[in-house]
Design a protein around this ligand. Structure first.
Ligand SMILES: Nc1ncnc2c1ncn2[C@@H]1O[C@H](COP(=O)(O)OP(=O)(O)O)[C@@H](O)[C@H]1O
Ligand SMILES: [Mg+2]
Length: 282
């Protein structure tokens, strides 16, 4: 079920004075089971890019292949694509609308054509998998905490059993506890369900501990596409485009400069800790 973007360009409002070239020649391949962080400052094209992954936006030029098929073909089944690629929008709680949590999550699979029983079963499993306790199933979604609302919105997408889960800034506006809650949930979904995850964020700290690959966007183009270690090694260039590496990167670089022989490639607190302890013992 790989996704391939081949020289994709996207222009908003072409032919007007508001014209915006949001994607300029994007080529990349996403393989099954990957956990990818898509990073870039505001306006770099992240949301535009992810809306192409489930066919919500179609390229102005270039092609997108899902599982070997060109999604621009006239006979391509877009509905099927949306079943495979679930997109959780930024501030998804704005789209919660049913009177209770359970009905909200049932809506997607019902809309997809499942009968009532099957839809309820998949909704039930989805709510359980995001850790919403049973006693919250029938309360109004508007009575939940910020983190809980987000989890319900994620359940709404999981209820469609997607192979690829795309989350557009899922931690935006949450406090640190809510942020950790959502990130560890996403990691759990990736580990246990083996789904491909694409996590959009403007924070390196958010993704450093979780993803295997980081795609950095700048001005509608791919700036870097590599492992976290290799991406953070470019921390001065990241700063030039309004981003920064995780704090750990800076601390390790500073220690090295002071003469402590630490691993400047450490990207997580744990890695840094072991490297510093090791260097001190030596
Ligand atoms: N609906 C739209 N109409 C016109 N321009 C848009 C629209 N949405 C986004 N853009 C422009 O496209 C560019 C990329 O935006 P976006 O994909 O939202 O970036 P990001 O998600 O990284 O903040 C920006 O210059 C933005 O102003
Ligand atoms: Mg965005």
């Amino acid at each position: 079920m790989s996704i391939i973007l081949d020289h994709v360009r996207y222009t908003y409002e072409s032919g007007t004075t508001h014209r915006s070239d949001a994607l300029k020649d994007i080529s990349l391949k996403i393989d099954d089971g990957e956990f990818i962080g898509l990073i870039g400052h505001t306006g770099s094209g992240k949301s535009t890019l992810v809306q192409h992954l489930n066919g919500l936006l179609m390229p102005t030029s270039g092609s997108i292949y899902f599982d070997g098929k060109d999604i621009s073909d006239s006979d391509y089944d877009k509905k099927e694509l949306r079943r495979h690629v679930g997109l959780v929008f930024q501030y998804p709680e704005h789209q919660l609308f049913e009177s209770d949590v359970f009905s909200d999550v049932v809506f997607g699979p019902r809309n997809m054509g499942l009968d009532k029983k099957a839809a309820e079963l998949t909704a039930y499993k989805a709510l359980e998998s995001v850790g919403i306790p049973h006693d919250l199933f029938y309360v109004s979604p508007f009575d939940l905490s910020g983190g809980q609302k987000r989890r319900v919105a994620i359940a709404g997408v999981l209820a469609m059993n997607p192979d690829v889960l795309v989350l557009d800034e899922p931690t935006a506006g949450l406090d640190p506890a809510g942020r950790d809650e959502i990130l560890s949930l996403i990691k759990k979904l990736h580990d246990e369900k083996k789904i491909t995850v694409i996590l959009v964020s403007h924070s390196m700290e958010d993704v450093a501990n979780y993803v295997g690959r980081i795609i950095v966007m700048n001005d509608g183009m791919i700036f870097l596409d590599d492992t976290p270690k290799n991406v953070f090694a470019h921390y001065t260039e990241l700063e030039d485009i309004g981003l920064s590496a995780p704090a750990v990167t800076y601390i390790m670089a500073a220690l090295k400069k002071k003469g402590l022989n630490v691993d400047t490639g450490a990207t997580t607190i744990d890695e840094a800790l072991y490297s510093i302890l090791g260097a001190l013992r030596r």
